[in-house]
Design a protein around this ligand. Sequence first.
Ligand SMILES: O=C(O)CNC(=O)[C@H](CS)NC(=O)CCC(=O)C(=O)O
Length: 272
Amino acid sequence: MRVAACQMNSRGDKAANLATALDLLEAAAAEGADLAVLPEYFDYLGTDEGALAAAEPIPGPLSAAIGDQARRLGLWVLAGSLHARAADGRCSNASLLFDREGQVAARYDKLHLFDIGLAGQPSYRESATVGGGDRVVTAEVEGLRAGLSVCYDIRFPELYRLHMLAGARLLLVPAAFTRHTGRAHWELLLRARAVENQCFVIAAAQVGESVDGRACFGHSMIIDPWGEVLACRPEGVGIVAATLDLARQEALRAELPALANRRADVYRLEAG
Ligand SMILES: O=C(O)CNC(=O)[C@H](CS)NC(=O)CCC(=O)C(=O)O
């Protein structure tokens, strides 16, 4: 299985962002990818008002455009995340998985919303415009189970442990990680999730400036279950691709049976 992560610098122009996404999917197919992952909010990165205005129903024109491209290229596509219009006037940070026929095979709505304020840094309040999802989602891609997640989710290992327990062999992480937190934590968190769950991690990032002094860290990467970074694109718009050695993953899981060695029988807090 060959996978690609697409790195973007999405801004306020939806049509331009979509054009870039379609081009990168084409590049991923040309690299022989079976699955291509777009970053978080590939459709739009800008102001809160702009994000709400950009939100579309699902299905809608944007999801149709990605589905058409998936079918044309015969490619599995994780439309990293996009602003999906929600009933209460807010939106959802929604990740859509398209199969090779361009059909939506799964939808995941980001669970953990990025409401943080680090001293000396721009603050973020994602929940001002976004309602969080309420479901853990895994789906089969080419017969392999994949765990769906978005960006800030990577700080919550319990989500990925559930993916692993559901049989996941791939963890998909579209992101718009900030440059500041990214420098300190991005690779560390991604590699930890790969190692502890013995999964491949495919992380597609936003890169570069957006608005109000905000900047994204880039460093899209593909990591194997041993924690090795198979491919990384530090800066710039483009793709990274890698071939996943599935037999090596099976061998590792047999040789180092962390899954079987869990102590689920004692994993609970005693009262008091
Ligand atoms: O940066 C932007 O303009 C857009 N960012 C996003 O869309 C999202 C929600 S605000 N960013 C994250 O979840 C970053 C997480 C993160 O960076 C961490 O966990 O450290």
